[in-house]
Design a binder for this molecule. Structure first.
Ligand code: AMP
Ligand code: TRP
Length: 332
């Protein structure tokens, strides 16, 4: 059975983008794989996180994953900071990855913006930690949204350079698993920007915790153009906002763009948005209430994370110990 690893940052409430790009696929992949899912709090602190909120956000992210259908008995769910192997291997990878490779990472450029001198050095080496997350388990398949593709290519470059430098075939190749018509969900306010939990405008995203009225209002206010929906997929090419909403509808109803346009082509956004809001409410509000149910008993979530961390360490510790031996650290 192939081993899957994926992670999500507890830097806010999960969005519809996280759900369609990652969380929902994590649930699907549980059949037929051994899955290791991680709330990546070490990655979260590469940008400022309020220490009074971080622990709660980590627990809330775990509760959302459980609410989506992650099964912690058959698979692993834990917080990254509670398994030391991630940071140990990340240090080795800091010494394997080349500066030039990291300089090409588009997510760093986006997140650092104009003020590069002021961001944390952690943000810069973020992809090395991500490579360590995966390689610490010898995982081979990684379900992510489209925006993480470049980081996974880097993870392969790092694994291969390690193998080459130390003359071994130790870290396997990783295959990205990018699923569905909504692998990149865009902001509701700007069809050229990714929907993000850290966007300052709450109107730009649907949160998995939003209630029915909030979802309906956000969909109604979502930016669109003045034309009816096209009947053909080609007609979406120059219409990013329309493409985004149709993609969300298709993903949530498990069809493709063409069949959504078959139903709504020629109709205006008022009709389409009503249908989309209803679909979102039907799919997302049960997850929100299930999340609340988990959080009513925080001890049960923490116990799952503690158990997951123990089982994760049992896999990762020997793999990372062998990497340390290959590097040449004294074995005592
Ligand atoms: P993050 O919120 O950055 O920790 O991302 C966690 C997972 O959600 C990753 O697999 C991302 O690729 C995915 N993801 C985040 N935002 C989006 C989005 N707007 N569309 C699709 N996938 C996304
Ligand atoms: N960098 C990913 C994101 O923000 C989260 C992440 C951390 C991850 N480690 C990972 C995803 C390992 C897949 C595998 O989206």
């Amino acid at each position: 059975m192939q081993r899957i690893f994926s992670g999500i940052q507890p830097s806010g409430v999960p969005t519809l983008g996280n759900y369609l790009g990652a969380m929902r696929n994590w649930v699907t992949l549980q059949d037929g794989h051994e899955c290791i899912y991680c709330v990546v709090d070490l990655h979260a602190i590469t940008t400022w996180q309020d220490p009074k909120l971080l622990a709660g956000q980590t627990r809330e992210m775990a509760a959302s994953l459980l609410a989506c259908g992650i099964d912690p008995k058959r698979h692993l769910l834990f917080a990254q900071s509670s398994v030391a192997a991630h940071a140990r291997l990340a240090w080795i990878f800091n010494c394997v990855a080349r500066l030039g490779w990291l300089n090409r990472m588009t997510q760093f450029k986006d997140k650092a913006g104009k003020d590069r001198e002021a961001v944390s050095t952690g943000l810069y080496v973020y992809p090395n930690l991500m490579a360590a997350d995966i390689h610490a388990y010898h995982a081979t398949r990684v379900p992510v949204g489209d925006d993480q593709k470049q980081h996974l290519e880097l993870a392969n470059d790092i694994g291969q350079k390690f193998n080459h430098d130390f003359g071994v075939e130790y870290f396997p190749m990783i295959e990205p698993v990018i699923m569905g018509v909504a692998a990149r969900v865009m902001s509701l306010r700007d069809g050229s920007k990714k929907m993000s939990k850290s966007d300052p405008s709450d109107q730009s995203r649907i949160n998995l915790t939003d209630d029915a009225d909030t979802i309906a209002t956000k969909v109604k206010r979502a930016k669109t153009d003045a034309f009816p929906l096209p009947s053909e997929v080609d007609g979406l090419a120059e219409r990013p906002e329309a493409r985004n909403l149709v993609g969300i509808y298709a993903a949530l109803s498990d069809t493709d763009l063409a069949s959504v346009l078959g139903e709504f082509g020629g109709k205006g956004f008022v009709v389409f948005k009503d249908a989309l809001a209803e679909l979102l409410v039907n799919k997302l509000t049960p997850i929100a209430s299930e999340t609340r149910r988990w959080l009513a008993d925080p001890g049960s979530v923490d116990a799952i994370l503690r158990d997951g961390a123990g089982r994760a360490a049992a896999i990762a510790d020997p793999i990372v110990a062998e990497a340390e031996r290959l590097v040449g650290f004294l074995q005592v």
